[in-house]
Design a protein around this ligand. Structure first.
Ligand code: NI
Length: 177
């Protein structure tokens, strides 16, 4: 496993639609392992392949409730409306209230290429939708009103001026045994 660098707002790969995965092979499994490791080191609840510079339909989520990889994920049904604050590892320090369906049913392949179906609500449902958005080149700021988005992006660009479009994630500090 290895930590991968994060692509930040402005990196073109974040706006690309990820390609379908034809086969869950060793390279895809390695990508999944790296996504988990990078997500954990960055204290995220989800991470999509685009965010590490790979435009392919692979993402991971990890909340207190559950933790899994999604390959070629699809939301097959969604209901309700839920509004909550979101952030994104690709837009560090920026947050905004996003309205999304509160409950979703997901279909995807797991890290072994086996299809699975998963119902989710709350934070997990939100994380799943946020990560699938990434695979379509969509960021959470796209769900905000135009004024709010412009304000947030302008402030973010000002605060992160000169930092570049790639961020190196530092390893998690080793925990005592
Ligand atoms: Ni994100």
């Amino acid at each position: 496993m290895a930590l991968r660098d994060l692509h930040l707002l402005g990196s073109p790969v974040l706006r690309q639609r990820g390609a379908e995965v034809a086969q869950v092979d060793a390279a895809v499994r390695r990508l999944i392992d790296d996504l988990f490791e990078t997500m954990d080191a960055a204290n995220g609840v989800g991470l999509a392949a685009n965010q590490v510079g790979v435009a392919t339909r692979v993402a991971v989520v990890g909340t207190e409730e559950d933790r899994f990889a999604m390959v070629n994920p699809v939301i097959v049904s969604a209901e309700g409306r839920d509004r909550a604050e979101e952030g994104c590892l690709s837009i560090p320090d920026a947050f905004g209230e996003v309205t999304r369906p509160g409950r979703v049913v997901l279909e995807a392949l797991d890290q072994n290429g086996a299809p699975f179906r998963r119902e989710a609500e709350g934070l997990l449902a939100r994380a799943i939708q946020h990560e699938i958005d990434h695979l379509d080149g969509i960021l959470f700021i796209d769900h905000l009103g135009a004024l709010k988005r412009q304000f947030l992006v302008a402030r973010w660009k000002r605060d992160h001026k000169g930092e570049g479009l790639i961020k190196t994630v530092k390893p998690e500090r080793a925990r005592p045994e």
